[in-house]
Design a protein around this ligand. Sequence first.
Ligand SMILES: Nc1ncnc2c1ncn2[C@@H]1O[C@H](COP(=O)(O)OP(=O)(O)OP(=O)(O)O)[C@@H](O)[C@H]1O
Length: 232
Amino acid sequence: MFIDISNLKKSYTTGVVKTEVLKGIGMKLDKGEIGVILGPSGSGKSTLMNIIGGIDRGDSGRIIVDGVEINNLKDDKMTDYRRGDIGFVFQFYNLVPNLTVGENIEVVSNISKSPLNIDEVLAAVEMKDKKGRFPRELSGGEQQRVSIARAIVKNPKLLLCDEPTGALDFVTSRAILQLLQQVNKKYGTTILMITHNAAIAAMANRVFKVRSGEIVEAAVNQVIVPAERIEW
Ligand SMILES: Nc1ncnc2c1ncn2[C@@H]1O[C@H](COP(=O)(O)OP(=O)(O)OP(=O)(O)O)[C@@H](O)[C@H]1O
């Protein structure tokens, strides 16, 4: 198992109020698979993903990623893990506005141990001809392509996508999902994606339904639907 989580718990305390956000999560994902996390707003999806990505820590439980128990890592090792092994894609792209497309990718490539070739990655996301543009000169879908290129240039073991199509229309969303499926095939990158959209689950190997901090259903898809055939 590439991701193997058991009994993960997490609470946040605001003032005197303690909220249990993750109540004993268990989930598994194999190397090279696509996993989709489905669930309503506030159910704990981003908290779970942030813990898997080393942005946050669980209070208790076991979180093994590629054979390493990450919840016990010292801060500097956690930073190495987050920087080296994990690619992040968010709903609102988070590109640096005063850097060009190429430069946005270069800043990540420069601090990576074994980066992929920038032009190859830009070609993979069909943005090679826009390398010199600034983010404001791109559509939302194009900005998301660049943010995917930035996430994969470091050749991450795991690509974490939090609502990657949340701000995009249907056609653009589907193109982005197709791109993620292509990245998964071309580079063998394991992908874990959060979405509100149940239709997207059809392109995943495994689907995890989260409600109020618990996995209420974990399903394995026998048939993986190509993203271009998904409708909603
Ligand atoms: N840093 C924090 N401090 C306090 N409470 C937090 C913190 N982060 C998240 N929460 C709370 O934890 C709960 C789960 O939040 P989380 O962002 O994980 O949900 P989500 O399923 O990703 O929601 P959405 O789909 O709206 O992004 C929410 O009630 C939220 O208010």
